[in-house]
Ligand binder design. Structure first.
Ligand code: PHE
Length: 338
């Protein structure tokens, strides 16, 4: 095969060679551009040629080599820039980075759930201050002068002179609402409350409550029961049993405490329900006429009910938590479970 034919063959081969990857480039270089390649070997023929043929042979050899080199360079640029682009893209085969997302606190979750349930039957939110005066926290709520809750042993006073204290319950929001709004009133008061208690698995010096209040004409104990039945079924499920026990609160008459069948043993008896089969979940009652009077509402015309519950307790019962302190430790391993 003469030089021209060999070059033609090489040229055709190089033209049809596809150059899309780094590996293609390497193969191409080995085949056409390194010293020992088929193409470069042809340059050795020149020295054996007659002097008058050398010039022409050199010209066509150089021409073909230049074409091949040109093709190589062009594709090299494209392939390398593509590689760089890919290197900057995220590697989807890598395991995901640990995602430290924030989430709601267990107490917020239970509060929102309770609010959501009562909002379906028309209750709206009211809030009040955490530092209360004696009147809103005690007197207006019909607490007797010598009631033990008014003692420093039970309540954190901030200023004895003005009788300012950290509120011991959210019932003070009942008073503030009734003073400023006309019936019908249908509110929920969620918030933090404080009591001078030794910290234990069952008690803390502060915790969260949610209080409900409904005032209108002809509100009866039957309304109270139906409202709370609705709440309990929505919160704890249809199969839960409910009972009311008579109780005492200065601001309600009659007063009751509501129990549900134990969420752990389903009423059979276990150490959570102290083998009674029942768990206490809230206090409630018909708003005392004195309380209505104290707020400028006519007890002859209006009546109403109130109820109050601890949020930590609801979450403990619902989620099987056995130590109230865990809600305040801020241990994310605990909080992440909700
Ligand atoms: N305020 C009461 C408590 O803190 C709960 C309660 C609210 C009881 C409303 C009756 C009516 O224990």
């Amino acid at each position: 095969m003469n030089l021209k034919e060999s070059l033609k063959k090489i040229k055709e081969e190089s033209e049809s060679f596809s150059l899309n990857t780094k590996e293609d480039l390497d193969k191409f270089r080995l085949k056409f551009l390194v010293k020992k390649s088929e193409m470069m070997e042809l340059f050795n023929i020149i020295k054996d040629l007659a002097a008058e043929e050398r010039k022409e042979a050199g010209r066509i050899l150089n021409e073909t080599r230049n074409l091949i080199e040109e093709k190589f360079k062009q594709h090299q640029e494209v392939v390398l820039s593509k590689r760089e682009e890919n290197a900057n893209k995220e590697d989807l085969s890598l395991p995901p980075l640990h995602n430290q997302k924030g989430s709601r606190h267990a107490i917020s979750i239970i509060r929102n759930r309770i609010i959501e349930i009562f909002s379906r039957i028309g209750f709206i939110i009211e809030e009040g201050p955490e530092i209360e005066d004696d009147w809103h926290n005690f007197s207006a709520l019909n607490f007797a002068e010598n009631h033990p809750a008014r003692d420093m042993q039970d309540t954190f006073f901030i200023n004895m002179e003005d009788q300012l204290a950290l509120r011991t319950h959210t019932s003070s929001v009942q008073i503030r609402t009734m003073q400023t709004q006309k019936p019908p009133i249908r509110i929920l008061a969620p918030g933090r409350v404080y009591r001078n208690e030794a910290v234990s698995a069952r008690a803390n010096c502060f915790f969260h409550q949610i209080e409900g209040l409904y005032i209108d004409e002809k509100v009866s104990f039957a309304d109270l029961k139906q409202t709370l039945y609705f709440f309990v079924k929505e919160m704890y499920g249809d199969e839960i049993e409910v009972r009311f026990r008579p109780s005492y609160f200065p601001f309600t008459e009659p007063s009751a405490e509501m129990d549900i069948s134990c969420t752990i043993c389903k009423g059979k008896g276990c150490n959570v329900c102290k083998y009674s089969g029942w768990l206490e979940i809230l206090g409630c009652g018909m708003v005392h006429p004195n309380v209505l009077k104290n707020c400028g509402i006519d007890p002859e015309k209006y009546s109403g009910f109130a109820f109050g519950m601890g949020l930590e307790r609801q979450s403990m019962l619902l989620n099987g938590v056995n130590d109230l302190r865990t809600f305040f430790d801020n241990d994310t391993r605990f909080l992440k479970q909700f």
